[in-house]
Design a protein around this ligand. Structure first.
Ligand code: TXA
Ligand code: MG
Length: 306
């Protein structure tokens, strides 16, 4: 159910949970000052309680209420990438952010999203926690109909159209003097080179993950995905504009091999569409470059197929 910016702001201030757009994916939003609304987010998503939420703010200024000590390089990263698809984990000065929102950690991930309506909203409401607006485990929502499919037609959504990035924010943490990526996302390691003078290491597979979300199943449609275009199962293939596949396969186009951004924007829509069309098995052509944003796309496909 579409609601106006004004209604969105009122509902959040009253302690309700609503969905809001960002440039990456839709988020389920609650005020950080409304503990019951935060509990409701975990219940609605069926999200494990130790998986923390990202705190979204209108500007870096709003973060100074929660953080005293900023790691070296924070200011340049914030200046360069915010508003945008970057979340930065920071040590908290006190307990102002409810424990339940940060999954019991003494840090919080912060982000300034790049969407005009949501930036306006954040100015009015103050900081909002916002996980992706999908049931835990499912592909994230990149359109209003995805939110309605997971939470019902009457669920209040601030309509922001289609999410242009289509993949979640990249999450950075500062450890032992360097920035590390703990969740791949819309920004790839190389995107940081000019600013940091190095590409941050990707640290997503350690036994005790730095990003609690890595422990859980993600992005998975009901449809069985086989990341091998030569497999003989099924009669659908997720592939590329430029390629032809055997006649026996119906091609669903992920986008162009020359435009990973386009593939990123389409990916969750297509994964969800497989279930809308009751497709039971789909092959995926993963013979694409492995650099830049393709790295995030491949990681999402592996998780979706798992
Ligand atoms: O693009 C995005 O980041 C979207 C939009 C709505 O902003 N949000 C999003 O939230 O993807 P969610 O909850 O689906 O994923 C947040 C991830 C989880 O994997 C969580 O474990 C991690 O961020 N996270 C949150 N706080 C953290 C912290 N303090 N330290 C490490 N990881 C953290
Ligand atoms: Mg999520």
């Amino acid at each position: 159910m579409k609601i106006s910016l004004e209604e969105a702001s009122e509902r959040l201030k009253r302690g309700e949970v609503i969905a809001v757009p960002t440039e990456t994916v839709y988020g389920l939003a609650a005020s950080i000052y409304k503990p019951e609304a935060i509990d409701e987010i975990f219940a609605l998503k069926k999200r494990p309680s130790n998986n923390p939420l990202i705190v979204h703010v209108a500007s870096t200024e709003q973060i100074r209420d929660f953080v005293d000590i900023f790691p070296a390089g924070f200011d340049t990263l914030a200046f360069e990438f915010w508003p945008g698809p970057l979340s930065i984990v920071l040590p908290l000065a006190d307990d102002k952010i409810p424990l339940r929102a940060r999954g019991g950690l003494s840090t919080a991930a912060f982000r300034v999203p790049n969407h005009p309506k949501t930036l306006q909203l954040l100015k009015e409401t103050g900081p909002l926690v916002m996980p992706s607006a999908n049931l835990s485990g499912k592909p994230s929502a990149t359109r209003i109909e995805h939110v309605e499919s997971d939470f019902g037609e009457n669920f209040p959504v601030l309509d922001g159209g289609i999410c242009v990035k289509g993949l979640e924010s990249t999450i950075l943490i500062h450890r032992e003097g360097k920035w590390e990526i703990i969740r791949l996302g819309s920004l790839s390691p190389d995107d940081f080179f000019e600013i940091l003078r190095y590409s941050p290491e990707v640290n997503i597979k350690s036994s005790a993950p730095l990003c609690p979300g890595q422990l859980y199943r993600h992005y998975a449609p009901k449809c069985k995905l086989i990341l091998d275009p030569t497999s003989r199962e099924g009669n659908v293939i997720l592939g590329f504009k430029e390629r032809d596949y055997p006649q026996s396969l119906r091609k669903i186009t992920l986008g162009s091999l020359h435009h990973p951004e386009e593939v990123g924007e389409n990916l969750y829509f297509i994964l969800r569409q497989l279930d809308v069309e009751n497709i039971e098995t789909a092959l995926v052509d993963i013979h694409f470059p492995k650099v830049g944003l393709w790295g995030t796309i491949l990681e999402r496909l592996h998780k979706a197929a798992n």
